[in-house]
Design a protein around this ligand. Sequence first.
Ligand code: PEP
Length: 256
Amino acid sequence: MKLIVANWKMNPNSQKEAIQLFNSLKKSLKNLKKAKIVICPPFVFLPLLLKASAFALRKSGLAFGSQNCFWQEKGAFTGEISPKMLRDLGVEYVILGHSERRKIFAETDKIIAEKLKLSLETNLFPIVCVGETKEEKKRGKTFQVLEKEIKIALKKVPKSKIRKVIIAYEPIWAIGTKNSCSPDEVLTAILFIRKLISKLLDKKTAQNMRILYGGSVISQNAEEYLGEKNINGLLIGGASLDVKEFLKIVKIAQSF
Ligand code: PEP
């Protein structure tokens, strides 16, 4: 079953628009049997949207995620949100280490590892974003970057929780640029990640790990990625805010 994650980023600007966007998706997401959809709106819209999605709807293959969380359970951390607060709302997934957070908010691999650890302890499904910059790609460093990011992230993950971890290969140069990574290149990166996980953990874990691709996915190129059995789904930014586009991608995901 393919997993489609919608990253709304810091959009839209009002509750009214958020609920409108969600309501336009809701009907089509009602009877999902062959794909899992995770909507990740800004924190402030989560309670509203969780309330608007009936329990039955969530059961049908729709879930909610947040775009970040903090690495401590509670305390004097002004402006932060803990994994426990998210679970309490009914949130099931959390995006960690998105390149925008790494770059703009200076999140390090070690911080991401702490967030991953606590998210798993809190029973969230973490979606860990990894990927190289344009410069790193030019210098032939893609595999090195992936290895470093994944090794550090997984260091504190207990074996009993590893099946909950989802990795998103998101080459930074492909995010929001209309310059998507070719399916062949994505596949090469994902096979590298599986090999690495097999080395770090074991073959079965590597085979079962859900690995997504993200970076300028639109309805016209979604099938090329989803058709690959090694690509378990997509992380979608820009196109997830366009109802028609997003629903087209969901439809394609359901055909695999
Ligand atoms: C993202 O933000 O993770 C992303 C993949 O964005 P976009 O689809 O707009 O490239």
